[in-house]
Design a protein around this ligand. Sequence first.
Ligand code: COI
Length: 359
Amino acid sequence: MVKDVPTTIEIDIQKIVSSRLASVDFNHIPFGTVYSDHMFVADYYDGQWQDLRIVPFQNMSVSPASSVLHYGQSVFEGMKAFRNSKTGKINLFRPDQNQKRINESAKRICIPEVPEEIFLEGLKQLIAIDREWVPKSEASALYIRPFIFAHEDFLGVRPAKCYRFMIFTCPVGAYYSEPVKVKIEKHFTRAATGGTGYAKAAGNYAGSLYPAKKAQEEGYHQLIWTDHKNHELIEESGTMNVMFVINNTLRTAPVSDTILDGITRKSVLQVAREWGINVEEKAVSVSELIQAIENGTLKEAFGVGTAATISHIISIGNDGNNYELPPIEKRELSHKLSKELSGLMRGHIPDTRNWIVSL
Ligand code: COI
């Protein structure tokens, strides 16, 4: 765990003259629409990350020839900060994992890695400056968006020579306001072997929009993605990893180059194993899932991710048939996991695993 990062790096800080905080209605913020006062910025040029700064959140100027706009060299992370209602401290959940993962994504897209101390110190100083933006309500959090993109004006197709790393934050409520209805996707593909599916690369999300939009037109919230070869093995759901409780076993697909190595995913699996739950990282096939729904052995289905934490799936569409899943109030494991994770994140449960960094 990274608790004490040495402050060996210099960050230039320019604070906002007048905060926008007082104008924000914290009870009504659609996800990702209101941004906190400041942002962290670092630029990569001449072969190194430099010019580290925290400045007021603002638009930036980008050349029409900027390579990210044409060839999509861009990766991002999603994280959250929570207010501990007892101590008033701000809790970050496993930030070291996001730091490692953004660099795994960066490597795949030919983006230079951001050193650990720049990521973690930039993040901590930014959150400390904007700590009043972390919502007080237990149902809300401060969503944190670190991202890196190519920032060179050049139209040739090659890795860019200049990049920008930024972090900005936004107070958010629930990502999904209700349990989700999902459709098993049998035609479009999110990720293929050898591709970029495991990375949080902007292009992965661009490619998912059209199939998701089609499903939304049919009344679903999101898709369940299946493997690209036979569309038979279940991989992810929307922007989340997906898990099922079949009989008494918690099942999810193993991480691979088509599956995001989700931090909520690995946390849920670790907690479940510690509780003695039978956990299998083995993809559920569509036919197995439908059979389990029909014979009543499917007890729970849910997506896990940073934005949504744990999001219950209430119905699943497959080949034109719609299957209703067990009522949410009858689900035991996902409720217990959700309580454990949010208790940890908000400081109600002791952090015995060293997952929390408090500021
Ligand atoms: C996450 O839940 O981890 C995400 O990154 C979701 C985001 C694409 C809104």
